[in-house]
Design a protein around this ligand. Structure first.
Ligand SMILES: Nc1ncnc2c1ncn2[C@@H]1O[C@H](COP(=O)(O)OP(=O)(O)O)[C@@H](O)[C@H]1O
Ligand SMILES: [Mg+2]
Length: 393
């Protein structure tokens, strides 16, 4: 679409797709955090469970979901009964609302949706069932959904990871764990790029090569948690992964937390009480609280890639959106902002030529074009001036 010559507002004239945002039921949507990573045994379940507990103790209504569809065990970690109905009842349509699966735990504000440790048939849900699960996660009546994912890079695991507002990759500092972690980030990045391209094509947008790896850090950075490590070691590992992922995958890696190797963890599992409840003064419990607060904190204004991209996550009427702006370079000679839902679908695309009045009016230096474009779209989103995101009421 040709940019408007009169209105120097890239959001005033949009190319939209998708219609409506989020599920049909009212109320603010919960945030969704998913904990994944390549290798079994690195601490995904322990970390996910304790982050959920920590947030619940801070007064948030939290649903912890056992998304390790083949090896569910969160009830053991929480020391509670496994709810009688598990995800297999949801996949089998015996239970239609996910919230009806959420069973109580000993911790106030925290409920558990149990996985299918025993129901192997349900460990491999069909695509439609998985999409339904993702939709229903976002409709749960709570503040936060924490999903514990299985090991490996199956599509089930990756799609749950990518559908989350924040996908946290958990690793330890062991070399085998790091190898698995990098291959998880790599496979997730390829799948994410694939989903975005497919969604953009469906919306009629031109998907232009080169790929993300060649066009700057345009995928949102991976949030890394290095478990059982000292902070200095965690920083070294993050730098290593950041360099590799930036060079080969077009994505940054940032350290969200390092967590101490702490005997309190094993003691707590034996006692059937989460560390944050049983040993709240332990260093692991302290690190988990710091991680939970860090994840809950509003996202930084923008994560700017070193070359041309800006990625930002915003909350719009309780819906998490990812806003991505990039300079398309020659021969397109334009800047493009796209707004994605967390499932990767594009709800808004705006492309503005370098010579458009918008840039001239702001006297934007070439280096500032991306920022000006990005900020204008984000402002328009927040002001409700972006057509497909307007409330119909
Ligand atoms: N920070 C830690 N300190 C000490 N032991 C830990 C720590 N994190 C995890 N563990 C141990 O590692 C084991 C595996 O953790 P788990 O969360 O089940 O891994 P995953 O879900 O990645 O397979 C736990 O049983 C626990 O004993
Ligand atoms: Mg696990």
């Amino acid at each position: 679409m040709a940019p408007s010559q009169k209105t120097p507002d890239p959001a005033a004239d949009d190319v939209a797709s998708g219609g409506g945002v989020g599920p049909s039921r009212g109320g603010p949507r919960p945030r969704v955090w998913a904990f994944g990573g390549g290798k079994g045994g690195v601490g995904k379940s322990v970390v996910a469970a304790n982050v959920a507990v920590s947030m619940a103790l801070q007064g948030r209504r939290v649903v912890l979901v056992d998304g390790d569809l083949g090896g569910a065990n969160l009830d053991t970690l929480l020391g509670c009964e496994r709810p009688t109905a598990t995800l297999s009842a949801f996949f089998g349509r015996e239970i239609t609302r996910l919230e009806d699966l959420a069973g109580p735990t000993a911790i106030p504000n925290l409920t558990l949706v149990a996985g299918d440790g025993d129901a192997l048939g349900a460990a491999n849900p069909a695509h439609a069932q998985k999409q339904k699960l993702i939709r229903h996660l976002r409709m749960l009546p709570c503040d936060l959904v924490v999903v514990d994912l299985g090991a490996g890079t199956s599509f089930n695991t990756l799609d749950l990871y990518l559908a989350a507002d924040v996908g946290v990759c958990v690793t330890t500092s062991e070399s085998t764990s790091l190898q698995n972690c990098f291959s998880f980030i790599k496979t997730a990045s390829l799948r994410e790029q694939e989903q975005r391209d497919a969604a953009a094509r469906k919306a009629g947008a031109t998907v232009t090569p080169p790929t993300a790896a060649a066009s700057g850090l345009t995928l949102r950075p991976t949030s890394l948690v290095v478990n059982r490590s000292l902070p200095s070691e965690a920083r070294r590992i993050t730098n290593l992964l950041h360099d590799l992922a930036g060079r080969f995958l077009g994505r940054g890696v940032r350290l969200t937390a390092s967590l101490s190797d702490d005997p309190a963890v094993a003691r707590s599992i034996r006692a059937g009480r989460p560390v944050c409840v049983g040993e709240p003064n332990s260093s692991f419990a302290h690190d988990i609280d710091t991680l939970a607060r860090e994840l809950w904190r509003p996202s930084p204004v923008a994560h700017e890639g070193p070359r041309t991209g800006i990625n930002e996550e915003i909350d719009h009427d309780g819906v998490r959106l990812h806003v991505q702006t990039e300079d398309l370079g020659a021969p397109q000679c334009a800047v493009r902002t796209q707004v994605f839902r967390t499932d990767g679908s594009v709800v808004f695309t705006r492309r503005t030529a370098w010579e458009d009045a918008f840039f001239a009016k702001l006297a934007a230096a070439p280096a500032d074009r991306v920022r000006f474009h990005h900020v204008a779209i984000v402002r328009a989103l927040r002001a409700g001036r972006v057509e497909p995101l307007r409330r119909s009421a």
